[in-house]
Ligand binder design. Structure first.
Ligand code: FE2
Length: 257
């Protein structure tokens, strides 16, 4: 039968929507509760919806009974402090799974390459239903930051770099594309991340905001790309060696961010 997927996401695995044009009070992401949850860098997360409405970030498949990344339970103590963000997650009318704000501490381009990962959004997702993708709504005005997207973790050819100013809105098939954020500077980046089920509601939403599935990459000099690539290779090899010494292998698919 197969999953219901978005035609617009099919070609590249990502869609960039129009910028969100309004101001949001930073209290919406500063005054809510964060939990330590390491994923793709030095991170904390503030969930707005979780598996059971608790302030925690575990994949829904790790709860009892295990289930896929749909039907997230809203957390009133969080959503009442973040009404605009909650509305934005609900705006398409798609089923919402995990919904959380990520706080990412500054990093380097090489860090981002090492942090590249695929998500696990569709574990236990029933065949014939909508494929779970993720929206990224950048909250802080991170003008020098960008999202790194690759079809292949270790291949820089075809890398796409998408700018992350405040109001940037992306929808990404994060189970398909390797992804991570590069975030220079001295202050954390905040971004709303929501798991949405593909279907007619999401298609209409992406059309309404003029979604495009190909954008010009943020320019980056070849020297930085080459140095980042070499460092990624070095760290992957070092980690593989450390794991091998313990008789383990790396688990590539990560569930978060
Ligand atoms: Fe991710």
């Amino acid at each position: 039968m197969g999953y219901i997927k978005s035609a617009l996401l099919e070609e590249t695995g990502y869609v960039v929507l129009d910028m969100y044009g309004k101001q949001i009070d930073p209290k919406e992401w500063m005054d809510i509760e964060y939990v330590d949850w390491k994923s793709s860098g030095d991170t904390r997360f503030a969930p707005l919806a979780s598996a059971k409405g608790e302030i925690e970030c575990n994949g829904f498949w790790n709860h009892q009974p295990p289930r896929t990344d749909k039907d997230g339970v809203w957390i009133p103590s969080q959503t009442e402090k973040a009404p605009t963000l909650t509305d934005r997650a609900l705006e398409p009318g798609s089923n919402v799974g995990r919904c959380r704000i990520i706080e990412l501490q500054p990093n380097t381009y090489a860090d981002a390459l090492y942090n590249l990962h695929q998500d696990d959004n569709n574990r236990l997702n029933p065949d014939g239903t909508g494929w779970v993708v993720r929206s990224f709504f950048n909250l802080t005005d991170d003008k020098d930051s960008f999202f790194v997207l690759r079809d292949n973790r270790t291949d820089p050819n075809g890398e796409t770099r998408i700018a992350l100013p405040a109001g940037a809105q992306l929808v990404i098939d994060t189970q398909r594309l390797w992804h991570a954020a590069y975030h220079p500077g001295d202050a954390p980046r905040y971004c709303l991340i929501t798991s949405w089920e593909s279907g007619p509601e999401l298609d209409a939403y992406m059309e309404k905001y003029n979604g495009v599935n190909k954008v010009e990459s943020v320019p980056l000099d070849q020297e930085t790309i080459d140095a980042g690539q070499a460092e990624q290779e070095r760290r992957i090899a070092a980690r593989a060696a450390a794991l091998a010494a313990r008789g383990q292998r790396e688990v590539l698919a990560m569930s978060e961010a």
